[in-house]
Design a protein around this ligand. Structure first.
Ligand code: NOJ
Length: 768
């Protein structure tokens, strides 16, 4: 109690807030005072209706993610009943809409314009899970910067990104939209994405406000079914699921989105513990909180009452803006009259939204993001496309490469086979709502462009995406087209085998369609669809070398493929320039260096499987399969198919022994753990060196390994580099049983290696 009260005081005096976080460029004190005075003056003129109007976010209707679509938008803007619009693009449309607000509403308050700018804008970058596989923070930041440049040039000033939900269940389709399973990697990425979007000054016309989502624990949906319940201990939340949200806010994110899911019995949208006690009092967040799409109305389905009741509960819990439900708009005044909500809560929410507009510079110039000129010159530029190609190549993960099947020679005939081999629209990946689908080359087009006249590239479909037509339709929504052949399965395979037999090598482009992951795209079977597996088996029977180019937005269970196909390159969904980037890697012009940000299971029954699990009291000995009375399965080992952090290269890296600068770490001091890595192969390559820790004598059980550092290095053939990690007390800290963030004295294991499995170990002792 005392601690909480003390924190509240620190927050309200700004003492903690100033050190813990800032939103974008933190206004100088007089800037803050100026903003406060401006908003107070404005709010003094506002009626209750106008204040409630600011809390209403509607959709412009260009892209929707629910059954409900906002209506009478123009009339509502004129009446001051709308604070912001999303899914509306182009400077012309946004200017026209902003003019209605500024010229025709009583107080001329500008609107904020949002959009899901998730992995690029018109220039689409790889899906977030893929970007995470690059482990390349400057690169990820650069993609966010370019996304902000393009979006802001098209009129947008607020993005619903980054998505920082930790996800350990590949059945959940939205694993594609986040950075995977690990809180440390996820937090590092969350920070740079916010910095990339917001820059150092939110009022510049090429920076946009970030909205961290989905707060909270959305990635822990039961059974991997979207929007589903989460029930989790506070300890697990604090140590494993909350860090990336906090990191994004610490980096200055201006807004945060409440998630759809129920958390321990109360949906996030009306969860006072989450939105007020944790977010405001403990973390001192000063930006605004928006609901997810119809998140307020959906609480009627959760069984929390009618629209008036759920809207009141949401406001009272700390929600500031209602996305698409019209619940705040239509019920808050009545609730105010009935004493169910307070004017203080309405004022607080209204002020926070006006502050966001102020920080974006919209009161100075409501049209600062509406430049036709910028839209013509700053979107889909050659520079952005170059970055997209380079970025995509950094995200691919080489899972297997038996007998140097890869890289391919630019010679002879290459038979590209598979439903994903010649589709343009499928390349950018899910949540690329503004991607230029028509100007996105297909894999065949990319291979032809990169091979030039040195090799012949043929294409055959080989199989449908899925045998069942309805399932294929559901997995190829939003204009993502994958050709369907109406011949029998055997006939389609036979055509492909005929082509493949004439070739020197087969590139099988298989996996998921891009809409088989993402929102509302959960799967219970996470294998490559069976009809494609049958095609792959037929291709292998030709005896030609087969390279599986695996498209996916989630970890897939590819045990059979892993056992039988000589080379597998996991390319996720790589964005606008993915095809060229895949060709660059297949032909060896770029050496693959991506590493998995999420574990690939052997089968779906192992899920959830993640490297940083706790031990049981009866662990299976390393490398074991089944031992009676041990924690294991009868039918499969505990090992993943591919562990977190795993990925191969066209070269080999050898790791020298770990060197510790001492065996004791004292509070306030540092301890170096270093290793020499050598490129022992024939080509230059990049290696992501990873450091993990284990606390061996803690007051609560701790994971068997936790990532605490990584470095991506480049090495020429024969070159060695020493990689040094400095450990301090910070790396040892965790939330104890009382949720106190501490480092406890005792022994620790330090592990260094190329992935979370193949590590070397040393021990050190920490004391105060
Ligand atoms: C629903 C999704 O959950 C969220 O991520 C997205 O930002 C909103 N729809 C708005 O499109």
């Amino acid at each position: 109690m005392c601690i909480k009260r003390a924190i509240t005081i620190l927050c309200s005096t700004g003492l903690l807030a100033s050190t813990v976080y800032a939103q974008g460029k933190k206004p100088a004190l007089n800037g803050q005072a100026k903003m406060n005075a401006f908003i107070s003056q404005l709010m003094a003129k506002m009626s209750v209706d106008e204040k409630i109007g600011q809390l209403n976010l509607v959709t412009g209707g260009e892209a929707t993610t629910g059954a409900v679509v906002s209506t009478n938008v123009e009339a509502k803007i004129k009446k001051g009943q709308i604070g912001g619009i999303f899914s509306l693009t182009t400077p012309a449309k946004i200017r026209r809409t902003q003019e209605i607000a500024v010229n025709s509403s009583r107080l001329h308050i500008p609107l904020i314009f949002g959009q899901d700018v998730v992995h690029g804008y018109k220039t689409a970058f790889p899906i977030p899970l893929a970007l995470a596989a690059s482990w390349d923070l400057p690169l990820i930041k650069h993609t966010a910067r370019v996304a902000a440049t393009e979006a802001s040039a098209d009129g947008i000033n607020w993005t619903f990104s980054p998505m920082v939900d930790i996800a350990r269940d590949p059945r959940w389709g939205r694993v594609a939209e986040g950075s995977g399973e690990d809180p440390y990697l996820g937090s590092e990425i969350a920070k740079v994405m916010v910095q990339g979007y917001q820059g150092d000054d939110l009022s510049k016309n090429n920076t946009i406000m970030a909205c961290v989502k989905h707060f909270a624990l959305y990635g822990a949906a039961e059974a991997g079914r979207d929007y589903n319940t989460t029930d989790m201990s506070l300890n697990r939340m604090y140590n494993e699921y909350l860090p990336p949200y906090k990191a994004a806010l610490t980096a200055g994110a201006g807004s945060i989105m409440a998630s759809f899911n129920d958390i321990n019995g109360i949906p996030a949208t009306a969860n006072k513990w989450l939105l007020t006690d944790l977010l405001r009092k403990e973390w001192c967040f000063k930006g605004f909180v928006v609901s997810d799409y119809t998140g307020v109305t959906e609480m009627i389905e959760h069984g929390l009452g009618d629209l008036q009741q759920v809207s009141g509960r949401a406001l009272n819990a700390g929600l500031d803006m209602d996305m698409v439900s019209d619940g705040f708009l239509t019920t808050l005044k009545k609730s105010l009259a009935e004493g169910k909500v307070s004017i203080a809560s309405i004022n607080t929410a209204c002020r926070l939204i006006l502050e966001a507009k102020y920080k974006l510079g919209l009161f100075d110039d409501p049209y600062r993001y509406c430049s036709e000129d910028r839209a013509k010159t700053e979107i889909f530029t050659p520079d952005h496309l170059t970055l997209a190609r380079q970025a995509a190549a950094q995200t691919f993960v080489l899972l297997k490469n038996q007998n140097h099947t890869l890289p391919l020679k630019k010679a002879g005939t290459i038979a590209v086979v598979g439903p994903l081999g010649n589709t343009r629209t499928n390349m950018p990946g899910t949540w690329a709502v503004n991607a230029d689908l028509a100007n996105t080359p297909s894999l065949v087009e990319g291979l032809k462009a990169v091979a030039g006249d040195k090799a012949t590239i043929t294409y055959s479909l080989g199989s449908n995406l899925m045998a069942d037509e309805t399932q294929q339709t559901n997995g190829t929504m939003f204009g993502r087209e994958i050709k369907r052949d109406t011949q029998t399965e055997q006939e389609v395979i036979a055509d492909a085998v005929r082509d493949a037999n004439k070739a020197d090598v087969i590139v099988a482009a298989l996996g998921e369609g891009s809409e088989m992951s993402g929102e509302s795209s959960s799967r219970t079977n996470i294998e490559i669809p069976a009809v494609q597996q049958r095609l792959l088996a037929a291709l292998l029977k030709t005896g030609k070398p087969v390279v599986l180019v695996l498209f996916t937005g989630r970890p897939l269970a590819i045990k059979w493929e892993s056992d039988n196909v000589p080379a597998i390159l996991n390319v996720w969904f790589g964005g606008t320039q993915a095809a060229y980037a895949i060709a660059d890697v297949l032909f060896g012009e770029v050496n693959p260096s991506g590493k998995l940000p999420i574990t690939f299971p052997q089968n779906v029954g192992q899920v959830p499987i993640y490297y940083s699990h706790k031990n049981t009291g009866r662990p299976l000995p390393d490398g074991g399969w089944f031992t009676k009375f041990r924690s294991n399965y009868l039918d499969v080992s505990n090992d993943p198919l591919y562990p977190f952090g795993y990925g191969l290269s066209y070269t080999n890296f050898s790791y020298g022994a770990i060197k510790l600068s001492g065996t004791k770490l004292k509070r306030g001091q540092g301890l170096n753990a270093s290793v020499t890595v050598t490129n022992t192969g024939k080509v230059a390559g990049k290696e992501i060196v990873q450091l993990y820790l284990r606390d061996l004598e803690a007051s609560i059980t701790r994971p068997v390994k936790e990532l605490k550092g990584f470095k991506k290095i480049s090495l020429e053939p024969g070159e060695s580099k020493e990689v040094i990690f400095t450990l301090t007390e910070n790396e040892l800290m965790f939330y104890n049983a009382n949720l106190k963030y501490i480092a406890e004295p005792g022994d620790f294991n330090v592990f260094i290696g190329p992935n979370s499995r193949d590590v070397q170990t040393c021990k050190f002792n920490f004391s105060k």
